[in-house]
Design a protein around this ligand. Structure first.
Ligand SMILES: Nc1ncnc2c1ncn2[C@@H]1O[C@H](COP(=O)(O)OP(=O)(O)OP(=O)(O)O)[C@@H](O)[C@H]1O
Ligand SMILES: [Mg+2]
Length: 465
């Protein structure tokens, strides 16, 4: 993505004007500064992507200036314009954080290359920061499964990945929609470019537009600086609009325009931003029904649904439950370093009989818990799978209401089991749980407050005192 705003600090008026004019011809805003005071004035008022700065700018100690910039939250890239300074000075500039340097006299082409490099760097740095937020440890995992339905899904993903079309991935919670979306990107020609996810359900209405499209400085209370939206960050890559059914009708209209024109404006901005982004959306609601009810725009639905991909619920994937259970067992054995050999025949039966309202995610969690709880004999028993509770629910849909154990309670019970399993050795228990000793200690301290009896305390490995 090209840069937007640069400062050109150069004491020589003629040179400054010529260079500024050239940069403007590249459709980049230039603030011209003749002194270091001018530079600071600009930095106080606005945000810049890059500062070109004359190494001999009056009253400026260049290295101090670089040091100051490196302390700031918003750091423009720095390119000194040097003229006969020794190599050691240039080296010091790099040490102090310079992005590049230009030696006078420089050509237009050299300026152009510097601008181009800086633009690319900015884009990658920002996209990286956004991707790191969403990274999960199984980000690159394959879509596993041997049943016909999953084989069809894999074939479809492979074929569609080569195209630019928008894909709508539908399926119940935990079926692997995000996994499919990541696979689509990874197998596409855009694989080396950013994959940016935006969770439409998690964002309050007031923030969603700026999350999508970014905002200019001062666009609203709290917008203290310019910010790129997810669409810009995903430039040349793919964007995953997770739980798309959750966005408001007003946002739907804006999204439609981006899908049609590949352009938008930032919140509080008037400049049109153009992007090249491949859109993937997921939903665990039936979007066609939402369209019928008037909650979702039909035209947007058509735009998104160019290629529909349905990820089937686990209960429809005959044969895959045991296959996946086995794969997950291997995975968690490796992850936790516990030797767990196999599932007993009865536990295989309980897996096959269960209908997994939480789909693959539930299966994965069940197997992880069982691997952790499994005793020294290395065979997983039905008790360790603990699947009886939901098995009756053959109609699908997730279990709700009062009988369903709260996450917090389940976590506490799980921690108590790990403590028992490890003979109340917290280091071992933390390892079993895959958390730090500190996390475990904090949890135990919190439970201690609620412990009512000596027995409660003993379970936590604490004395009654
Ligand atoms: N076929 C599969 N092979 C391997 N792992 C899978 C498969 N399907 C799902 N998983 C794993 O199950 C978990 C849930 O998958 P994912 O997050 O993609 O589901 P989802 O459909 O997006 O769920 P939600 O609707 O709740 O967001 C992930 O850890 C994912 O890696
Ligand atoms: Mg998901």
């Amino acid at each position: 993505m090209p840069l937007e705003k640069v400062i050109l600090a150069e004491g020589d008026d003629n040179l400054r004007r010529t260079v500024a004019e050239f940069i403007r011809s590249k459709r980049i805003d230039v603030a011209e500064a003749g002194t270091i005071q001018d530079v600071y004035n600009y930095l106080g008022k606005d945000e810049f992507d890059l500062v070109f700065i004359d190494a001999k700018l009056p009253e400026c100690k260049l290295l101090d200036f670089f040091g100051d910039i490196s302390q700031r939250a918003e750091k423009p890239l720095l390119i000194p314009l040097v003229n006969g300074e020794p190599d050691s000075f240039v080296l010091d500039c790099f040490k102090a954080g310079a992005f590049d340097y230009l030696a006078k006299p420089f050509s237009r082409e050299q300026i152009e290359i510097a601008l181009h490099k800086a633009g690319n760097f900015n884009h990658i740095a920002r996209a990286n920061a956004a991707m790191v937020e969403g990274v999960v440890d199984d980000a690159d995992r394959e879509i596993l499964g041997e049943c016909d339905l999953i084989m069809e899904t894999r074939t479809l993903v492979k074929r569609v990945a080569q195209t630019q079309v928008t894909v709508l991935i539908q399926g119940e919670s935990g079926t692997g929609k995000e996994l499919v979306a990541r696979a689509l990107h990874a197998q596409s020609p855009r694989a080396q470019k950013p994959f940016i996810k935006i969770n439409c359900a998690a964002l309050p209405e007031t923030l969603i537009e700026s999350e999508f499209f970014g905002h200019e400085k001062g666009a609203f209370t709290g917008a203290v600086s310019k910010r790129q939206g997810r669409f810009e960050l995903a430039h040349e890559g793919s964007i995953l609009l997770d739980e798309i059914s959750e966005i408001s009708l007003a946002m739907q209209a804006k999204l439609l325009r981006v899908l049609q024109e590949q352009e938008f404006e930032r919140v509080g901005g008037s400049k049109t931003v153009k992007v090249d982004v491949r859109v993937i959306a997921t939903t665990n609601r039936n979007l066609e029904e939402s369209v019928e009810k008037g909650e979702f725009r039909q035209d947007l639905f058509f735009r998104l649904n160019v290629v529909p991909v349905f990820v089937p619920p686990l209960r429809d994937r005959a044969g895959d439950v045991l296959f996946l259970a086995e794969k997950f067992r291997e995975l968690f054995v490796r992850k936790h370093g516990i030797a767990v050999g196999s599932f007993s025949e009865e536990s295989k039966k309980s897996l096959v009989d269960h209908d997994f309202p939480g789909n693959v995610r539930e299966l994965q969690n069940v197997v992880e818990r069982a691997v952790i709880l499994c005793g020294a004999d290395g065979v997983i028993s039905p008790e360790q799978l603990n699947l009886t509770r939901n098995t009756a629910n053959k109609t699908g849909g997730s279990a709700e209401g009062g009988t369903f154990q709260k996450l917090e309670e389940a976590e506490k019970a799980h921690i108590i089991r790990a403590l028992a399993e490890s003979g109340h050795n917290r280091t071992k228990a933390a390892k079993l749980l895959g958390v730090s000793v500190r996390t475990l200690r904090n949890k135990v301290t919190a439970y201690k407050k609620d412990a009512k009896t000596d027995e409660d305390l003993a379970k936590l490995g604490l004395d009654a005192d």
